[in-house]
Unconditional design. Structure first.
Length: 260
DNA sequence: AAATTATACAACCGCCGCATT
DNA sequence: CAATGCGGCGGTTGTATAATT
């Protein structure tokens, strides 16, 4: 029976315990967690050891605040997957499932995002969770990226932000987004199916190389990153940082955007 | 300055799926 | 086939710190 050992230590880890666990993992490697307490000389259960390593001591863990593109990706992935934190964290290098879960619950939970946000997962991009005002199909030239330019009036800088096919901003400040720009309507479903079934991502960059055009549907009600002041290009609701797009720049060219 | 409240996040708990016996 | 053990996951709690009153 699990957890039956008496007087196993609980609560916050001491520096000494951390060192013992670290030394043990460095010597024997990750895994075989049931052996770790005895190997390390720790009076902790295997779960506690595993958790301490995977959520805190592992040197691959990325520290510090979540970047804008990470936040956008969390929103987008949560919209597709629901509370499958480990899967979401798997798309964020260096972030743990616990980190993502904690961040979402404190910063992005239902009360703290736009009222139209639907936390229920879905895999069909034709039924986006955000309210659709008016679809605006665009044809982009080969190898081009859809980009919104947002002016920050406070710092007098311009930020480039890319778009995904189902009206959620996926990144900002030069994040690598090519994998999330799906050329056709069903590609996102295929991409996720492939990821779920085979644990592999379909490489859309290669697909784009063999295509003449990328079709991208631009929908209304854009989610704008909190840190941006996009008042030049977007009407922002100061309360919740959601607004309608007024101007859309693609490859430096102004495109028409039809608001309701 | 002290008390209270809110926030962030580390850690625990119970459950599940899978492999082994 | 059932029992057992393990790794892993998501929900939740506990607590230190920050912000507010």
């Amino acid at each position: 029976m699990e957890g039956s050992s008496l007087s196993v230590r609980k609560g916050a880890w001491t520096e000494k315990e951390d060192i013992l666990l670290k030394n043990c993992i460095e010597k024997y490697g990750e895994g075989k967690w049931h052996k770790v307490p005895s190997r390390a000389g720790l009076n902790r259960c295997r779960k506690s050891c595993r958790l301490r390593w995977t959520n805190y001591l592992n040197p691959n863990i990325k520290r510090g605040a979540f970047a804008a593109d990470e936040v956008d990706l969390i929103i987008r992935l949560h919209n597709l997957l629901g509370n499958r934190w480990s899967l979401i964290a798997g798309r964020l290098p260096g972030r743990t499932a616990n980190d993502v879960k904690n961040y979402f619950n404190t910063h992005l939970s239902k009360k703290k995002v736009a009222p139209s946000f639907d936390p229920k997962p879905h895999l069909n991009p034709s039924t986006p969770s955000f309210k659709v005002i008016k679809p605006c199909p665009l044809i982009l030239s080969k190898n081009s990226f859809p980009v919104i330019l947002c002016e920050d009036k406070k710092t007098n800088t311009t930020t480039a932000t890319t778009l995904a096919s189902n009206n959620i901003l996926v990144s900002a400040n030069g994040g690598n987004n090519i994998g999330y720009c799906f050329p056709n309507e069903n590609d996102e479903v295929i991409w996720w199916d492939n990821l779920m079934m085979n644990g592999k991502e379909t490489d859309y960059q290669q697909k784009q190389d063999s295509m003449n055009n990328i079709n991208l549907s631009v929908l209304g009600d854009w989610h704008i990153n909190e840190e941006m002041d996009c008042s030049t290009t977007c009407n922002l609701d100061e309360e919740d940082n959601y607004g309608n797009l007024d101007e859309l720049y693609l490859d430096g060219e102004l495109w028409n955007v039809f608001n309701q």
